[in-house]
Design a protein around this ligand. Sequence first.
Ligand code: DX5
Ligand code: ZN
Length: 216
Amino acid sequence: MSQIYPSLLSADFSKLREEIEAIEKAGADGLHLDIMDGHFVPNITFGAPVVAKLRPHTKLFFDCHLMVSEPDHLIESFALAGAQCITIHQEATKHLHRSLQRIRDAGCKAGVALNPATPLETLEHVLDDLDLILCMTVNPGFGGQKLIPAALRKAGNLVDLLKQAGLKDKILVQIDGGVDARTAPEASRLGVDILVAGNAVFGEKDYAVAMRALRS
Ligand code: DX5
Ligand code: ZN
C-alpha cells in the first residue's frame, strides 16, 4: 500500500506548527515540504530557517522538495535544518550527478523530480546515486491542480522499469500533484510508493478522515 505524505503547501501558513502536529496525530507517513524560489517556479514559499523551526515539533520524516534553480548551494542548509530527503529537479541543475552526491554527502536521502514532460531516460545514468524518483503529476508551482494522466502513466512505467532492473527495493517512486480520493487508488495499483497530497488533506476538516479516504 502507498504511503501518504501531506504537502505543507496547502496548510494554514499562519499556524504551521499546529498544522504539523495535527497531521502527525492524524497518521501521516511523512511530511512533504515544498520549497519554491520564484525563478524555477513562479511562487516563493519558505526556506531552511522555517524548516529548522518546525523540526523540533514533530517526529515526521521531512521530505524537502526543492523547486529551485541551481539548488546546490542550498543543500547543506536544508540538511542542517533537519531535512531527511532532499529532492531536486532534473531540469534545475546542470550537474545532476554532482548535486546528488552533495545531497548524500550531507547525510540525506537523494531524490530527483521530473516535470511531466521530462522523460524517465534522463535518469538512466544516475540510478546508483539516488534513493527516490518523484514523478510530478502536475506542473510544479501551485497546489490544487488536476492530475495529468500521462504523468501518472509515466510513474507506472517507472515502477515496471525498476522492477525489471531489480532496483524496486532500492529506489522509491513518488508522485506529487492532483492526488485525491479519485486518483490515489490507481496510483497505488500501479505500485507508486509515496503519494504527496496537499489540498486533498489540508483542504478537509478532518485530516484523519481525509487520509483514510486516500488509502481506501
Ligand atoms: C506543487 C507541489 C505539490 C503541491 C501538491 O508544485 O510540489 O507538493 O503541494 O498539491 P495538491 O495535492 O493540492 O495538488
Ligand atoms: Zn511537492
